[in-house]
Design a protein around this ligand. Structure first.
Ligand code: AMP
Ligand code: FE
Ligand code: FE
Ligand code: ZN
Length: 290
């Protein structure tokens, strides 16, 4: 059993990279991919620990992208998550620089988010949020501080009141276009795979979803996440069908975030998830042949 979609405390998970490696060993995983949001810091820190204990660790990252025409003023496009895997060769300097660009865009968004919150009378400083967010300070970290300071009753309440897309403090972040990100990952030696496709608005219609995936494949998409914590048997079947029809690698993982997503376990998701090692073998073969 393997898990190709996990987060450490270098993005919005709660386990340190070394703890995640230990957990993977403890659960007898044959391979683990770390796919933190917008950063390779978790993978980089985990790599020595994984090598020391003989765990097959795969380098990955989950990038937030947007799709389609710029929205009218006030409206916004939903975020589409793209996984990038480097299962054979380490990512290039060029790819790391490309990620840094989006990390800077995130920090710039965070500064504007602080300004919005301050204007709304919430006393909050970026340093406080970055102290818990490290390299990938995101809205979940803002939410925790808002709860700590009594501005919201829970993380979800903080999103509803202030942070959700369209809520009163919401500000846009500069993110790559989906198709450009797919092409960029591919050019820089990675295998791009569409994360949790059932969350896309297009997933409401199987033919619309297939059409989107077909377009993405035209730009270099190499895989789609067929096996996933929240997929029903029907979802898995639908996505496996699209993958085989379009010649894409089926990837899969739990989206483990530690205590930030309680009830989702490494390797097994909410219990029944079971991803076979041959899923990684196929991903590796695709990387070698690309
Ligand atoms: P960021 O990347 O900083 O924009 O934060 C995005 C993260 O915030 C997502 O991965 C979710 O975990 C969380 N998030 C976004 N919108 C909501 C929402 N409406 N309710 C709860 N969590 C949310
Ligand atoms: Fe996350
Ligand atoms: Fe995601
Ligand atoms: Zn994820």
């Amino acid at each position: 059993v393997i898990d190709l979609h996990t987060h450490t405390d270098q993005s919005d998970g709660t386990d340190s990279p070394a703890e995640l490696v230990d957990l993977a060993r403890g659960r007898n995983l044959e391979a683990l991919a770390i796919t933190d949001h917008d950063t390779l810091a978790g993978y980089d820190l985990a790599a020595p620990a994984a090598a020391a204990c003989g765990l097959d660790l795969v380098c990955g990252v989950e990038v937030s992208t947007r799709l389609g025409a710029p929205p009218p003023p006030g409206a916004r496009r939903s975020s589409i998550h793209l996984l990038a895997y480097f299962p054979v060769a380490a990512p290039s300097r060029e790819f790391r620089d490309w990620l840094l660009k989006w990390q800077r865009a995130r920090r710039e968004r965070n500064l504007r988010l602080i300004a919005r919150l301050n204007a709304l009378g919430v006393e909050i400083a970026l340093e406080e949020v970055e102290a818990i967010g490290k390299y990938m300070t995101g809205r979940p970290h803002f939410a925790r501080i808002l709860v700590q300071k009594g501005h919201a009753g829970s993380i979800q309440d903080a999103f509803n009141r202030y942070l959700a897309d369209g809520a009163q403090a919401s500000v846009e972040r500069d993110e790559p276009e989906l198709f450009e990100a797919i092409a960029a990952v591919r050019e820089m030696g990675g295998i791009p795979s569409l994360a949790h496709p059932m969350r896309l608005p297009e997933a409401a219609s199987p033919s619309a979803l297939e059409e989107l995936v077909r377009r993405a494949r035209g730009h270099g998409l190499g895989g789609i996440e067929v096996y996933y914590t929240d997929h029903t048997a029907a979802h898995t079947e639908l996505l496996a069908g699209i993958a085989s029809k379009l010649g894409l690698v089926a990837t899969g993982g739990s989206d483990y975030h530690g205590e930030n997503k309680p009830g989702i376990f490494l390797g097994s998701g909410r219990g029944p998830l079971k991803i076979e090692k041959r899923v990684l073998d196929r991903l590796r073969a695709a990387a070698v042949n690309s």
